[in-house]
Design a protein around this ligand. Structure first.
Ligand code: ASP
Length: 326
């Protein structure tokens, strides 16, 4: 009996010490086109990712939840015009910014998501409110904005989201469409932001927010707000995706990675690599993910030119990367 008690205590200590080191990984999108990354842009992106990591990690370091950490990190990236989410989102075919976001709590499997909103300053806060303050998982369009009003989520004039850079990218996409120079198999996409976290209590969470793809049709919904496609978390795995959303939806990418970890006991790096580098390219899509398991192992595979990404290591040190590591 005494032996059993000691063994149970030791197992408890092992589980706690495994979970005692929080981990945070963020991405700022896989739509990186090398020639567009000027030194100024690179500096701004690196600073933005570092700020997001600091905001999220401050929560984890002080014993806060992974849900709060991914929320804080994504809010920073939404507020930063260098990323395709919140302010600085891409334009749709009607010249509007149409925003999608989702969040999932791996410990409870609760989730919240929103799509097709035009006035919500921080879409991730609305997704979280759907998770915590409504009986639903997903709200879209006017209904989502009506809900935002009832729960006191900040609404802004749609002009708030405008940046000249995104406007010019849309003009370019329109020209390419008119002149039929856009290769049908090379649909441009311009990022997304996301975060996955493991907190000191061993709880995982994932969050994703995006303006979607430049020149998308009014009403188009990508993978980011679809639970299981662009965003998913359970007790063993958390994923946030970025890339050509239609393919991530068809592959149920985020859930597939977590299912491989859970049912096949694949290491998270292998599961993420198989889905991102094998399955999705076979379908014709591209992009990347950040994926994290309950022991703090994480992977960031992508098959585009680059993926803005960053993480905090076990010593609390911040790392940022854009292109493939040499
Ligand atoms: N996945 C996003 C979407 O399809 C876009 C991106 O991440 O590049 O809406």
């Amino acid at each position: 009996m005494k032996c059993l008690l000691v063994a149970a205590l030791l197992a408890g200590v092992a589980a706690m010490s495994q979970a005692a080191t929080p981990v945070l990984v963020v991405h700022g999108g896989a739509g990186v086109i090398a020639r567009e990354v000027t030194p100024q842009k690179e500096q701004a992106v690196r600073a933005g990712l570092a700020r997001a990591l600091e905001a999220g990690y401050a929560v984890l370091r002080t014993g806060g939840s992974s849900v709060e950490a991914v929320t804080r990190a994504v809010v920073v990236l939404e507020d930063d015009p260098n990323f395709n989410a919140g302010r600085g989102a891409v334009f749709n075919h009607d010249g509007r910014n149409e925003l999608d976001a989702a969040i999932m709590d791996g410990a409870t499997l609760r989730a919240g998501s929103i799509a097709n909103v035009h006035k919500v300053k921080n879409p991730i806060l609305l997704a979280r409110a759907v998770m915590e303050k409504s009986p639903h998982v997903m709200l879209v369009g006017d209904g989502a904005e009506e809900f935002a009003r009832t729960v006191g989520i900040e609404l802004v004039d749609p002009k708030y989201f405008y940046t000249e850079e995104r406007w010019q990218q849309w003009q370019q996409a329109l020209r390419a469409e008119r002149e039929k120079t856009a290769a049908p198999d090379k649909t441009p996409h311009h990022g997304t932001v996301g975060a996955v976290a493991l907190d000191a209590q061993g709880r995982l969470a994932a969050a994703t927010s995006t303006g979607g793809m430049t020149n998308k049709r009014y009403g188009r919904v990508g993978d980011s707000p679809i639970i299981g496609a662009g965003t998913y978390a359970n007790a063993q795995c958390a994923v946030s995706a970025t890339g050509w959303g239609e393919f991530y939806i068809r592959a149920a990418a985020a859930h597939d990675i977590c299912a491989r970890v859970e049912y096949r006991r694949e290491p998270v790096a292998e599961a993420a690599r198989d889905v991102v580098l094998e399955l999705i390219p076979q379908l014709g899509g591209d992009g990347g993910v950040i994926a994290l398991d309950a022991e703090g192992h994480f992977a960031m595979p992508f098959n585009t030119e680059g993926m803005y990404r960053g993480w905090v290591d076990r010593d609390g040190k911040v790392h940022i990367a854009i292109f493939a590591e040499k």
